[in-house]
Design a binder for this molecule. Structure first.
Ligand code: PRE
Length: 367
């Protein structure tokens, strides 16, 4: 039954509820505008205090979002209210200082999705074709922040990102976790017409078992990103791409199968990099890179202070050191902020043992 056919009583009830929604929308708009004026006021105070660049405050944004989640009365879920308030803050920040955020492009990558999840839709974006370019763009000041993938729950570390930190002055200012669902897409209508599959090497690896079962023996070609794979497959007969459904839609590439990742919980963690990591938000992580001469018990001695100060290590990754054969550097993430007493004490002790100990940044934990 359409709305016009509903009994008159129901139509009147509907009109009444919609009038109430209109009144609430007026109220919401008034409050959001008032909030935006407060953000302008914050900007004025910051400018008067001589701050010219630190309008974006990741620790404050994390606190605002945590508070909203804690006080959320429902019926909207926490994910929905987080998205709404993320966009409100994104718009409020844009009137203070329009941000330019670089990410691993082109348009349609999972990294773009992560950047939008973190900064909202009011930022200016710079899609770049490599992780190294994203770092360079932020290092040169051409972009305020950059977003790069760092690890995947199925495939592990993104080595380009961790290695790039070794010779970059940039710090970690935030992290984003994104569930990753891949699609197989192609102009071919018959699967038998698919001769090659393009994707980022991580995309190929995350769907290895699925491809072996459904497209055995088909050539797999790694390219710079999943979105680039979708763009290429849209222009080429006989080609398919493993990419997000959003990327396939963007490049008008028909989707043949969805959710083809081997692990249903497939998640990628991204880092937000910028000139300076923020002060404590109350629930933070710290990323470090440490190393010491290769001796028996060397790694144990480096990590022992973390255990003694009761710190929770959430990740450790070893990478070949830039100089020296069979020498390693360790990337460590732990819970806590470098300004917390326990972290500060542990770091001081590690520093005494280490040939290299650099804090890459402390930043709010992803929601
Ligand atoms: O509290 C601030 O410092 C603000 O600038 C306000 C505000 C907000 O809209 O709540 C906006 C941008 C910042 O990134 C953090 C918070």
């Amino acid at each position: 039954m359409s709305e016009e056919q509903a009994p008159l009583d129901d139509q009147a009830a509907l009109q009444q509820v919609r009038a109430r929604i209109d009144a609430l929308d007026d109220e919401i708009l008034r409050l959001v505008s008032e909030r935006a004026r407060m953000a302008e006021e914050v900007a004025r105070v910051k400018r008067e205090a001589g701050h010219t660049s630190d309008f974006y405050r990741p620790e404050r944004e994390a606190q605002v979002l945590r508070r909203v989640r804690q006080t959320n009365p429902g019926p909207l879920g926490n994910e929905a209210v987080t998205r709404l308030f993320r966009e409100i803050m994104s718009a409020c920040l844009a009137i203070q200082l329009p941000l330019r955020v670089a990410f691993l492009g082109p348009e349609g990558t999972y990294t773009q999705e992560a950047a939008l999840k973190h900064f909202g839709h009011s930022m200016g974006t710079a899609p770049l074709s490599t992780i190294a370019e994203v770092f360079r763009e932020v290092e040169s000041g051409a972009a305020h922040y950059g977003v790069v993938p760092v690890e995947n729950s199925t495939e592990g570390v993104v080595t380009h990102t961790v290695d790039r930190f070794l010779n970059s002055p940039l710090q970690v200012v935030g992290e984003v976790q994104l569930p990753i669902h891949h699609a197989l897409a192609s102009r071919e209508t018959e699967w038998s017409g698919i001769q090659r599959i393009y994707s980022h090497q991580q995309g190929l690896a995350q769907c290895r078992a699925w491809v072996d079962t459904h497209l055995p023996g088909v050539e797999q070609v790694p390219v710079t990103s999943t979105a680039e794979a979708a763009r290429m497959a849209a222009a080429e007969g006989g080609a398919a791409a493993i990419a997000s459904e959003a990327a396939c839609e963007l490049y008008e590439l028909p989707v043949l199968a969805t959710h083809i990742e081997d692990e249903p919980g497939n998640t990628t963690r991204f880092l937000v990099v910028g000139p300076e990591s923020p002060p404590p938000s109350g629930d933070d992580k710290t990323s470090l890179v440490i190393s010491r001469a290769n001796q028996p018990g060397g790694l144990y001695r480096l990590l022992e202070p973390l255990a003694r100060h009761g710190l929770n290590m959430t990740r450790i990754e070893s990478r070949p050191a830039p100089q020296g054969v069979w020498e390693y550097v360790f990337f460590v993430d732990l819970l806590g902020h470098a300004e917390d007493e326990a972290v500060r004490a542990a770091l001081a002790e590690i520093q005494e043992q280490a040939s290299l100990c650099r804090v890459l940044g402390s930043y709010p934990r992803a929601l």
